[in-house]
Design a protein around this ligand. Structure first.
Ligand SMILES: [Zn+2]
Length: 156
């Protein structure tokens, strides 16, 4: 059983998501494809925010023990791409991956491949073309950015 988009927004998102309603909608859309158990685990393991907008403070209490996932605005323009991007980054925290910065090339390929497999497991076949495309543009063993950090443009 999955959560509906409405259940996620109304019951599962804490107050920190009230600041960015649009991102909350994309996140709920993406998490509605996961089982309740997996969606809960993602929300417990990560906090999502957007790479733009207002300045604001996230308290230590809100962030403790969670990954912070930063979604670039350009990745939210198209629905399928937004879902695939959100769930790829969610996959890293779901699977307990560390920061890509300190990884060897083998570790990088392994964690990227593991993460894409998780996204394929979560999403139905109509997303697989979008996943393949994102994987080709990424830093896993099948990607043109192979050996580069997951989100190189964020690491100036
Ligand atoms: Zn990645």
């Amino acid at each position: 059983m999955n959560y509906t988009v409405e259940e996620l927004i109304e019951c599962k998102f804490d107050d920190s998501y009230l600041f960015d309603e649009e991102l909350a909608c994309h996140l709920a859309d993406a998490l509605s494809y996961l089982t309740k158990v997996d969606a809960d685990k993602v929300l417990e393991s990560a906090f999502f925010t957007r790479y733009r907008g207002d300045s604001w403070h996230l308290s230590q209490k809100q962030i403790r023990e969670r990954s912070v996932i930063i979604i670039d605005e350009k990745d939210l323009n198209e629905r399928n791409e937004a879902i695939v991007t959100i769930l790829h980054e969610a996959g890293h925290s779901f699977l307990g991956h560390g920061n890509s910065g300190g990884y060897s090339l083998e570790d990088m390929n392994r964690t990227e491949d593991e993460c894409w497999n998780q996204v394929r497991h979560w999403l139905p076949p109509e997303f697989h073309e979008c996943i393949d495309k994102a994987e080709r543009l990424g830093s896993g063993s099948k990607g043109t950015m192979a050996g580069r950090p997951c989100r190189p443009q964020a690491q100036q």
